[in-house]
Design a protein around this ligand. Structure first.
Ligand SMILES: NC(=O)c1ccc[n+]([C@@H]2O[C@H](COP(=O)([O-])OP(=O)(O)OC[C@H]3O[C@@H](n4cnc5c(N)ncnc54)[C@H](O)[C@@H]3O)[C@@H](O)[C@H]2O)c1
Length: 340
């Protein structure tokens, strides 16, 4: 395979698919042979922009073509499992948009199937490839922030209400995948408060509380109802604190040399706290498009057989967390263990 271009097909050319197509099309050593969508009108634009790409409404055509090495799935969540399973069963590598599946059992099945067939299964946790998120990971791993105490994150705006999914399944996969990547561990328990303000039974606001095995605690605020767009995360560590604001154009990450030190009393005296407010530093961050890095990583994993950073196991952890979050909300906010 290494001597010839990797032959890729895209399934689902709605809102997000065109972004994936543009990036895969621009990758050296990749040929995009097909775009498949069940809706004819979704394909018209493909023919105009990329005349060399075949457009089909039947995935069977793609799966029957032995030239196709890998399939990128960007369809609604409820269809991910059946499509990804069919791709793997056809002996092809698969990239599935986030969240990997609509429930934990399906996610487990895909992970097992990919492993049994020795095929690459990667999930579109795009933010893991975003340069500011990578920078924060570097800082945490280098011990720059010290021991991580907690993380709070806000992902709110006047967003599109989805018809077939809640704000938890739509927005929280981003924050869960970022947190799991940064912390190198998945949450062990979750409790959620939220409600469907506009469409009954489809929550459009959720406050998701997470506990991690290491003791880290985190809160994700996710909402499609907000007067302003916030994409802001605060990480508080024992040495320094950090703010990652994805709506900023330049200074997306700011490191605050702020903290509070606890001084144990020597004898029976009162403990003392000393407050530190030092420099604020904004590191230089590359402006490469995360989707390009994500596509490049998928191709590299398919070619080398290496495990993707956002492989099926991470996809499964995120789906299990979403399912436990949903169960907690349905159960009136009760804490639920997260089991993969
Ligand atoms: N990684 C990210 O940052 C990001 C951002 C937005 C959306 N997404 C994900 O991308 C996926 C698609 O979201 P969207 O907003 O583009 O949805 P969409 O509804 O706009 O588009 C989905 C497309 O898939 C097509 N489709 C549905 N079933 C199909 C099938 N069985 N075979 C072929 N085509 C089929 C539809 O006709 C439609 O054109 C979702 O999983 C979503 O979570 C990811």
């Amino acid at each position: 395979m290494s001597d010839r271009p990797l032959c890729v097909a895209l399934v689902g050319h709605g809102y997000w698919g065109p972004n994936l197509l543009r990036n895969y099309f621009g990758l050296p050593g990749v040929e995009v042979k097909y775009v498949c969508d069940t809706r004819e009108p979704a394909l018209a634009e493909v023919g105009r922009r990329y005349p060399g790409i075949a457009t089909v409404t039947d995935l069977g055509v793609v799966l029957a073509d032995p030239a196709v090495d890998a399939v990128v799935v960007a369809t609604p969540i409820s269809t991910h499992f059946a499509l990804a399973k069919a791709v793997l069963e056809a002996g092809k590598h698969v990239f599935v948009e986030k969240p990997m599946t609509a429930d934990t059992a399906q996610a487990r099945e895909l992970v097992a199937l990919a492993a049994a067939r020795k095929l690459t299964l990667m999930v579109g946790h795009t933010f893991v490839f975003s340069p500011p998120v990578r920078k924060v990971k570097e800082l945490i791993d280098a011990g720059e922030l010290g021991e991580i105490y907690f993380v709070t994150t806000q992902r709110v705006n006047l967003g599109l209400h989805q018809k077939d999914t809640s704000v938890i399944w739509d927005l929280a996969p981003h924050d869960l995948s970022i947190l799991y990547y940064w912390l190198g561990e998945a949450a062990s328990a979750v409790s959620v408060n939220g409600r469907g303000c506009i469409v009954p039974d489809i929550p459009d606001v959720a406050f998701i509380n997470l506990k991690f095995p290491s003791g880290v605690v985190a809160e994700i605020q996710a909402s499609w109802l907000s007067p302003v767009k916030l994409r802001r995360t605060i990480v508080v560590g024992s040495k320094k604190m950090l703010m990652y604001d994805d709506t900023e154009n330049v200074e997306k990450v700011k490191i605050f040399d702020h903290g509070v030190d606890f001084k144990d009393p020597d004898g029976f005296g009162e403990f003392q706290l000393s407050y530190r407010t030092g420099d604020i530093v904004a590191p230089k961050i590359s402006g490469v498009e995360p989707l390009f890095l994500e596509a490049e990583h998928f191709v590299q994993c398919v070619r080398s057989g290496q495990k993707p950073v956002t492989g099926g196991e991470v996809g499964l952890q995120v789906v299990a967390s979403l399912q436990a979050a949903q169960d907690s909300l349905d159960g009136g906010g009760r804490e639920m263990p997260i089991t993969v």
